[in-house]
Design a protein around this ligand. Structure first.
Ligand SMILES: *Cc1c(COP(=O)(O)O)cnc(C)c1O
Length: 380
């Protein structure tokens, strides 16, 4: 069990005074272009023993054409699709599995909507840890396949991630396996926070005005907010905060509902369903931390519908050449909406997080090209 006695998540704390005294930006120059470069702010005892699949720094791309059209000329996209297993879940898995290995874990178990399962299965394969993964039957088929191929024990549940979570909880109490559920071990978030660290370094050690993030379990937002605070404490950032925006789907928007009602916790969302499968989380364990990050940064939460999401996915591909996942596309819809209402201003520097590659979601894309016979000619 890796929760507080009160049932809440535990967060990793560092001796930030000591880090402050020793941390030097210049030292990063000679380090690898990967999340491992931030070793002072990672919970790893032995950097030599880590499990790595090549977590390169991901590009921060200017969306010039779409930015102009939306009236947000300083619009950027951080493209996490370039990571191992195709999503930012690799960051959490790299640190989470490395730490599990340090702790001597031999079997770990987790519920997932798919991408975390794929990432943890891959890193566990590399680490020699047995992964037991439970995901909804409706998860993207690619996620089943990558888990199976990586040698994980995969089970599908006729239900949602919350149902998978219940099955996992029973297995843990029965067999004593290591619980790798979101926020039930404190290390995954340390990996995910490196998204924020990287962004800040890429911007020259400052934050943008607005960050839009597709929010499911909320670890991404919590992690980015956590690392901003850490960087402030070690004197690497001034006190300015980016307005953080949690983007959800109208088919599953518990955080949006809670934010609209000014609440500090969300309620279970019934009959959750969206094409942006990775953000189908009806009730997140860390919902109160996500809401805190939104309130503290004067951000907001916004829901967009599947039709808009798929249209935004097409736009990003046809206008900018980027094949993003539906979750990532949702952030573009949200930015468009917030620019329309004036919440995002023309001079704001805005960063969208594309959390994964669209290649993992062939079933969300419609394409009906014409089939030719060998003797046919092209219409010209
Ligand atoms: C898991 C996932 C999310 C949600 O991330 P959280 O940090 O859990 O809120 C968003 N997009 C994709 C593609 C995901 O796999």
């Amino acid at each position: 069990m890796h929760l507080c006695e009160c049932g809440s998540p535990l967060l990793v704390r560092y001796d930030l005074q000591q880090v402050k005294a020793s941390f030097q930006r210049e030292a990063l120059q000679s380090r690898s272009h990967s999340l491992w470069r931030y070793e002072e702010l990672l919970p790893i005892d032995d950097p030599e023993g880590v499990v790595s699949l090549g977590e390169n720094m991901t590009p921060l791309l200017a969306l010039e054409k779409l930015g102009q059209e939306l009236g947000v000329p300083r619009l950027f996209l951080k493209d996490e699709g370039a990571l191992p297993t195709g999503t930012f879940k690799a960051r959490g898995a790299a640190i989470g599995v490395s730490r599990a290995k340090e702790l001597g874990v031999s079997i770990l178990v987790m519920p997932t909507n798919g991408n975390a399962g794929g990432a943890w299965a891959a890193y566990c394969a590399a680490a020699g840890i047995q992964a037991v993964i439970v995901m909804p039957e409706s998860a993207p088929v690619m996620n089943w396949k990558e888990c199976t191929l990586a040698g994980a024990s995969l089970y599908l549940v006729n239900g949602l991630i919350s149902d998978a979570g219940k099955i996992v909880a029973r297995a843990i109490s029965e067999y004593g396996w290591y619980d790798a559920s979101t926020l039930k071990e404190p290390y995954r978030i340390e990996g995910k926070k490196t998204m924020g660290l990287e962004l800040i370094e890429q911007l020259g050690w400052r934050v943008p005005d607005v960050i839009l993030y597709p929010t499911g379990g909320g670890v991404g937002i919590i992690g980015i907010y956590k690392v901003i605070k850490e960087l402030q404490e070690i004197g690497q950032l001034d006190g300015r905060l980016p307005r953080m925006v949690a983007v959800q789907s109208t088919g599953c928007a518990p955080i949006v509902k809670a934010w609209e009602q000014g609440k500090s916790e969300s309620e279970f969302w019934e009959n959750a369903h969206t094409a942006a499968f990775g953000i189908t989380v009806p009730k997140a364990l860390g919902d109160f931390l996500v809401l805190e990050a939104i309130y503290e940064t004067e951000g907001c939460a916004i829901a967009v519908d599947d039709k808009e999401i798929l249209e935004a996915q097409r736009q990003l591909a046809s206008r900018q050449g980027l094949l993003v996942c539906p979750e990532g596309a949702a952030t573009l819809c949200a930015a468009a909406r917030l620019a329309q209402t004036g919440w995002i201003k023309k001079e704001d520097e805005v960063v969208l997080f594309n959390t994964g590659t669209g290649l993992k979601y062939p079933e969300t894309v419609e394409a009906n090209p014409e089939v030719l016979e060998p003797e046919d000619s092209l219409p010209g």
